[in-house]
Write a protein that binds this ligand. Structure first.
Ligand code: GRG
Length: 309
């Protein structure tokens, strides 16, 4: 099954290995995050409680899955790939905490629960996000992640590039300014690649980096991640229109209410779904060098565009 536009019913395809693999990765990364973020009894432990609230037991864990599945292509021991996966997930969780703050999206619901600033308070939420971001780099820099310091530095660079002003933060900045910028399609694609694609691509690339893969293979997985990230974001925009808070665990209908430009507002629902499917096909095409070994990553591209949460 190479093309995502396969005729088989999505549920039929996803009933196979991918769903089981995603669940297993989610359980393993939960355990890893639990180990990496131990509770603290001193007064500063309040922020650790908020970090654990944000990072444990929630979310699809797609980015950790991608990091582990990419690392599996290079036979990386799971003890190492899970640390890389946990670091990427920490950055993702930090971004969700900060995105939900009153100064940004001002959301009350995330992963079916009160957002961190609602459950704790705004200052604690800011600190919890800051600390998760910082901790992620600490995890990558630790020799337990890889014995070779050059590999660890390369992992730190990947995450820094993907999460900073040239990546996710930059995308968020454009998003906050989008109403004034009058973005064309290329501008919107760039916004979404930076905001969503870079960290997804980072998960894929980092799996290859910890496996000491050739730069061609790192690039191939990065290109897969960028295409899949955009498909994933467009599916998110579709869910904002078609999904419910019960399914997604967060408020829906926000884009239209805010008059936000998305590929749904540009292309209509069907046009956006078709575009997302063609991007998922593009993502799969980048996996050609890996042959059958990349079958879970192929299914992940399908999941990105058929998911309901
Ligand atoms: C605040 C620096 C900063 C960045 C915010 C990630 C992000 C950028 C904002 C979150 C809001 C949003 C809709 C982002 C687009 C990416 C996206 C779909 C995030 C949600 O990811 P999922 O669906 O979430 O993988 P779970 O909860 O499953 O982990």
């Amino acid at each position: 099954m190479n093309k995502v536009t396969s005729n088989a019913a999505p549920a039929e395809i996803l009933a196979g290995d991918f769903k089981a693999a995603l669940k297993l990765t989610a359980e393993a990364v939960n355990a890893e995050l639990d180990r990496l973020l131990p509770s603290v009894s001193e007064p500063e432990g309040y922020v650790v409680e908020a970090m654990r609230y944000a990072a444990l037991d929630g979310g699809k864990r797609l980015r950790p899955f991608l990091a582990c599945a990419a690392a599996d292509l290079f036979d990386v021991p799971r003890t190492q790939s899970l640390r890389v996966a946990a670091a990427v997930e920490m950055v993702h969780c930090y971004s969700l905490i900060h995105d939900d703050l009153p100064a940004m999206d001002d959301d009350d619901l995330r992963r079916g629960r009160p957002t961190v600033h609602r459950q704790f308070d705004e200052a604690t939420a800011i600190l919890a996000g800051d600390a998760l971001l910082t901790e992620a780099f600490g995890v990558l820099a630790d020799p337990a992640t890889h014995a070779d310091g050059n590999v660890r530095i390369a992992l730190v660079q990947e995450l820094a590039q993907a999460s900073g002003a040239a990546g996710m933060v930059g995308g968020q900045m454009i998003d906050l300014r989008a109403a004034d910028l009058d973005l064309d399609d290329a501008g919107l694609r760039r916004l979404q690649n930076l905001k969503t694609g870079c960290i997804i691509a980072c998960a894929c690339r980092s799996g290859a980096v910890v496996g000491q893969a050739s730069s061609e293979r790192v690039e191939a997985l990065g290109a897969y991640g960028i295409a899949m990230g955009l498909a994933f974001q467009i599916a998110d925009d579709v869910l904002d229109v078609e999904g419910s808070a019960a399914e997604t665990g967060k408020a829906t209908g926000k884009d239209e209410a805010a008059g936000k430009a998305t590929f749904v507002s540009r292309l209509g629902l069907e046009g956006a779904k078709n575009y997302a499917r063609s991007l998922a096909d593009d993502a799969v095409a980048h996996l050609a060098p890996f042959g059958a070994k990349a079958s879970l990553l192929k299914e992940a591209a399908l999941f990105a565009v058929t998911r309901r949460n």
